[in-house]
Design a protein around this ligand. Structure first.
Ligand code: PPS
Length: 569
């Protein structure tokens, strides 16, 4: 009997049988229930299907502390990333350790039951510093931790009732056991995985070919389609790109499979995590390149991690991970040789060509040439289809300023100018108008104002996504809410913040609606600038001064800014 390698035997899953699941679902309908966020949904799927083995649920407090401090579970097993169930304070108040909670997807379907063993309030600063290296909001996972993750964590084992439903690319999604079975069936004893969150260009292809050759292994292209870095190419486009280049690989030795992981961009720790996840999916080798899972620059403009720190940490823990690393330096195109080589192998005097991700985005945005040595025509065509040049994309102009500062007047003038230009539909979401149609039940507490602005942001992001121009003109007094709206819109197009910087004295002097007088008399409560805060934007795309400049000219300034940003031709 040939020996079966450990990566080929099935891995434990957390699912119960379908009969038990049906019974448990009926009982679970009575339990307190938590609607999973997108990230939690990704985490739960990998917990249940064994992708996060040896975890058997969301981390409890002792495991969490140990993972944060020393990258290991409390019993010593290697685990670098906190996988926690963050919830709101209000929800946390309704559950206690010992209780069960139903975990539901966005449509309300119960996917799993969490048997709560721990409930605690984490020290998020410590988590940020230890896990991601700095409590710096420029790091996407740190920003998520502070701005999106709930303040209380629940831990406990998970009983899986059913996997989350995917409607897209079903045939390309494999659980760890499905992949293991596939490798077993084809007799693939050595498999090298390529983790990616980007479209594949020629450099990646060369790197994967070399890695497979070096490891004498079959190749698994294993892109992440759960959550990647904000601003990345969406996974629908990416998968179409992967499919387009798949026939450039030998079909008998390469497999493409999609991984529904929510990345944290945690650099070295994330590389180790990716290794463990890949081991669970039955691979024996993994490619770790330059700046693996790098989050980009910190708030001082420096790299968060040394570009090769991920390789070092992986190497240190290779035995524990159970996957061999195939490490690579950055691949670059050598003009004289007309081929790709690792940067450290290039002979002196040769001409190196490279196009960074930022440069590629610029070329796509501006409709510039993308050379054949860099990518495949099919990939470029696909990217151009989803990233038309900026002047054809949707965008949002977001005015913010005090009541009576002149936002609406300028916004109206801008709308007319943009309509005169033509080409894209223009929608004005004016503060007063929105409050009449979209937010008529809301008042002016912080909570209600935030809700109002988020609604505006949501509509603006939909308009932007669909190629239109949204002009918003609310007060929007809170910086964090404006930042959130920016993030919502920037997934789809540009967000141009315009601060209408009319001073409170001037607004009060004008008092067009007589509201300041009423506010001074205490007849209107929570009035912005008088009895409620206004946090002026620190770095808006544009600041306009309505004292020195007429509204029409302010609108013209905005037009000039839009032109400078390449948003109008
Ligand atoms: S917010 O904070 O962004 O949700 O405000 P917004 O939706 O833009 O609504 C502002 C308009 O409502 C009127 N109004 C008040 N403004 C501020 N504070 C209080 N308490 C308040 N009560 C009523 C006011 O006319 C604002 O209109 P604009 O066009 O800004 O002058």
């Amino acid at each position: 009997m040939p020996q079966i390698s450990p990566n080929m035997t099935p891995i434990p899953e957390l699912y119960v049988s379908s009969e038990s699941a049906a019974k448990l679902k009926l009982q679970a309908a009575e339990l307190p229930s938590w609607d999973l966020t997108q990230r939690q949904l990704c985490d739960l799927e990998l917990l249940m299907n064994g992708g996060f083995h040896p975890l058997t649920g969301f981390l409890g407090e002792a495991d969490y502390d140990s993972v944060v401090e020393r990258m290991r579970l409390a019993d010593g097993r290697l685990w670098p990333m906190p996988v926690t169930l963050d919830v709101s304070e209000a929800f946390a108040a309704t559950v206690e350790p010992g209780q069960d909670v139903a975990l539901r997807d966005a449509e309300g379907v119960i996917l799993a039951i969490l048997s709560v063993s721990d409930k605690w309030t984490p020290d998020k600063r410590r988590e940020a510093e230890k896990v991601f290296g700095a409590d710096d909001r420029a790091h996407p996972a740190v920003d998520y931790l502070h701005a999106k993750a709930g303040p209380v964590y629940l831990g406990g084992s998970v009983t899986g009732l059913q996997p989350p439903v995917h409607y897209d690319f079903r045939a390309r999604r494999d659980t760890p056991n499905e992949l293991r079975a596939y490798f077993r069936k084809l007799g693939w004893r050595r498999v090298v995985a390529f983790q990616t969150r980007n479209p594949l260009h020629r450099a990646h292809q060369e790197l994967t070919f070399r890695a497979a050759r070096e490891a004498q292994a079959n190749l698994l292209i294993h892109p992440v389609v759960g959550m990647t870095k904000p601003g990345d190419v969406d996974h629908f486009t990416r998968v179409r790109c992967y499919e387009a280049v798949l026939d450039k690989y030998p079909a008998a030795t390469t497999h493409l499979s999609l991984l529904n992981l929510a990345m944290r961009m945690g650099g070295p720790r994330e590389a180790v995590w990716h290794g463990i996840i890949r081991r669970n999916h039955g691979v024996t080798h993994m490619i770790v390149g330059r700046d693996h899972a790098g989050p980009g620059k910190n708030s001082k403009g420096e790299d968060f991690y040394d570009p090769y720190a991920a390789q070092e940490l992986f190497r240190e823990h290779e035995a524990d991970i159970g996957v061999e690393m195939v490490d690579f330096k950055q691949m670059v195109y050598v003009q004289e040789r007309a081929e790709y080589q690792p940067r450290d192998e290039v002979e002196e005097g040769m001409t190196i060509l490279d196009i960074s991700g930022t440069e590629l985005r610029r070329r796509l945005r501006e409709g510039l040439e993308i050379p054949d040595w860099f990518s495949f025509p099919e990939v470029v065509a696909e990217l151009r289809r989803t990233s038309p040049p900026r002047a054809k994309q949707g965008f949002t102009v977001f005015f913010t300023g005090l009541s009576g500062s002149g936002k609406s007047t300028i916004a109206n003038a801008l709308m007319v100018k943009l309509m005169e230009l033509g080409g894209r539909p223009v929608t004005l979401l004016d503060g007063d108008v929105v409050r009449k149609h979209l937010s008529s039940e809301l008042g002016f507490s912080k909570e209600h104002r935030d809700l109002n602005i988020r609604r505006i942001g949501y509509v603006a992001s939909e308009i932007t996504k669909n190629g239109g121009i949204a002009i918003c003109a609310p007060i929007a007094p809170y910086a964090q809410t404006r930042k959130d709206v920016r993030a919502m819109v920037e997934q789809y197009g540009a967000f141009v913040e315009v601060h209408v910087a009319t001073s409170i004295e001037e607004c009060e002097r004008r008092d067009r609606k007589g509201l300041y007088k009423l506010a001074r008399e205490g007849k209107i409560k929570e009035f912005t600038g008088i009895s409620d805060p206004y946090e002026a934007p620190e770095t808006p795309e544009l600041r306009v001064d309505t004292v020195q400049v007429a509204p029409d000219d302010c609108a013209q300034d905005v037009m000039l800014k839009l032109e400078a940003l390449g948003l109008i031709g």
